[in-house]
Design a protein around this ligand. Structure first.
Ligand code: SF4
Length: 482
């Protein structure tokens, strides 16, 4: 029997999907390459963006058409708003929260391979059982219990060199444009012992890139509220421990490795986090710090709870302490009420900082978020123009920064084969994409020195400093996959 799983949305959903894979595979299912070969079809949904929800509907409609001809079982889990969940109950065989993932085998055994006529009965049962425990209604304690059940499940990592490790779930910040606090619930921190054990295991297996994940990684530990009542270490403390462990393991194995974290909130970005990243070689010199807007008025309407000056002070600290660090950000243009002057402030801040990468979004109300009730009053054409202006600023600043890297030698992580025949895709420690000539699949997953030869806007071009035949022995990934 085969399964096919479609994760939508952010890296947290991708990470959750790795735990779903493990549970399904423990039942004897294997992953299908094509969805038409699978009898079990699942989606890890994202209610945060309407587009992602629209894609869930088009997928399930196709699956339900298929179900008329052959027996398949469908399920959905993930980040789901209550109103979407109610609709999903009528469309999917199984709808469950991630906290109930460990019950999936029992649900599948109970319902078996359903037919259209058994579909509603299954859904009704789950509606009755689960309707009081959707994340939006969960207390912090309930979310902690549910999250801990999920974290205890060993993931089946998608990659054997690049892993995501959840350290937190939920969010307490309630930015007005965001629905995450309503889909993932109140913020809870994973016990540090579990995180350290998972990270150590990955490091010992030879993973080259490990990313600590959370909605607000740098408020880690603040809302630990462990069942046993003990307090938790801070994010800086956690990073320090992981950094020390990585440095030790890397020295023993002789293999470089990079540890990232995403996303921090500027409000919780303390100097000690930056100092620890600067001091520890395995903590990657790349910081993703969401700006969202360069206007205090817009930040206030977004409920970001910090001012532009606070943000600039953090950037100054990063630039002074870790000059080699790349700086990434997220920006929203055309948020409710954004005036020309407010947009001009964002443009100025962006030009002054000079990001290496910026994920720029044109504002659209997200169902379930506070601002969805407000007038979406910036015309589409204006949003588009602002988006294009900021994209131009990014291209200009990132090109300038990349041009300064030409002629230097830097380690790169080979991530795959490029679409252009004869080339590898790779990235620098600062997560700048670089194209490297080569066709050796054994190099994928390895960090190797490369010479940067050319820059073209957001992408670099280079070649390995050592011919691939002379590279040190490949790390062993034996045992990393079940
Ligand atoms: S910090 Fe804001 S944008 Fe990020 S997950 Fe929390 S509410 Fe959403």
């Amino acid at each position: 029997m085969k399964y096919f799983l479609v994760p939508f949305g952010c890296q947290m959903n991708l990470s959750d999907s790795e735990r779903v894979r493990r549970v399904i595979e423990s039942m004897g299912y294997s992953e299908a390459e094509k969805e038409e070969d699978a009898q079990l079809l699942g989606i890890i949904a994202c209610s945060v963006r309407q587009k992602a929800i629209d894609r869930v509907y088009s997928r399930i409609h196709a699956w339900n058409l298929r179900k008329r001809k052959e027996p398949v079982l469908t399920f959905v889990s993930g980040c789901i708003l209550e109103k979407d969940r109610e609709k999903f109950l009528k469309l999917f065989d199984l709808v469950f929260t991630m906290g109930r993932l460990e019950e999936l085998p029992e649900m599948i055994r109970t319902y078996g391979v359903t037919t259209p006529c058994s579909q509603n009965a299954a859904s009704d049962r789950l509606l009755t059982e689960d309707s009081d425990t959707v994340p939006s209604k969960m207390s912090r304690e309930e979310n902690l219990l549910a999250s801990e059940k999920l974290w205890h499940i060993q993931p089946r990592y998608i990659s054997d060199f690049d892993a995501y490790v959840p350290i937190q779930n939920g969010c307490d910040k309630f930015c007005t444009y965001c629905a995450v606090p309503y889909t993932r619930g109140r913020e809870v921190s994973r016990p540090s012992g579990e995180i350290l054990a998972e990270v150590e295991d990955l490091m010992k297996k030879g993973y080259s890139s490990i990313t600590l994940l959370g909605q607000n990684v740098n408020s880690y530990g603040k809302n630990a509220r462990h069942l046993a009542g003990e307090s938790e270490m801070s994010f800086a403390g956690l990073l320090e421990r992981i950094g020390a462990m990585g440095t030790e393991i890397s020295a023993v194995t002789g293999r470089p490795l990079w540890v990232y974290f995403t996303s921090p909130h500027p409000r919780d970005m303390s100097d000690d986090v930056i100092d620890i990243v600067a001091a520890c070689p395995v903590l990657a010199k790349q910081i993703h710090l969401p700006l969202q807007s360069g206007s205090d008025e817009v930040l206030s309407r977004m409920n970001r709870n910090h001012r532009v000056d606070d943000y600039l002070r953090i950037v100054e600290k990063i630039r002074n302490t870790i000059p080699s660090a790349t700086l990434f950000t997220d920006i929203i243009v055309g948020f409710t009420g954004e005036t020309d002057e407010e947009f001009a402030s964002t443009r100025r801040v962006m030009e002054d900082i000079g990001y290496d990468m910026a994920f720029i979004a044109q504002y659209s109300p997200r169902p379930g978020a506070v601002s969805a009730k407000w007038d979406d009053d910036v015309p589409h054409q204006v949003k588009k123009e602002r988006f294009e202006i900021l994209s131009g600023v990014l291209k200009e600043t990132a090109s300038r920064r990349n041009a300064a890297r030409v002629g230097t030698e830097t380690p790169v992580l080979i991530t795959g084969m490029d679409r252009k025949p004869g080339f590898h895709t790779a990235r620098t420690e600062g997560r700048i994409n670089i194209r490297i000539p080569g066709t050796d699949p054994h190099l994928i997953g390895r960090i190797l020195p490369a010479q940067i030869e050319k820059s073209n806007g957001l992408t670099l071009f280079g070649s390995l400093s050592v011919p691939s035949g002379n590279t040190p022995e490949s790390p062993s990934h034996e045992g990393t996959q079940p």
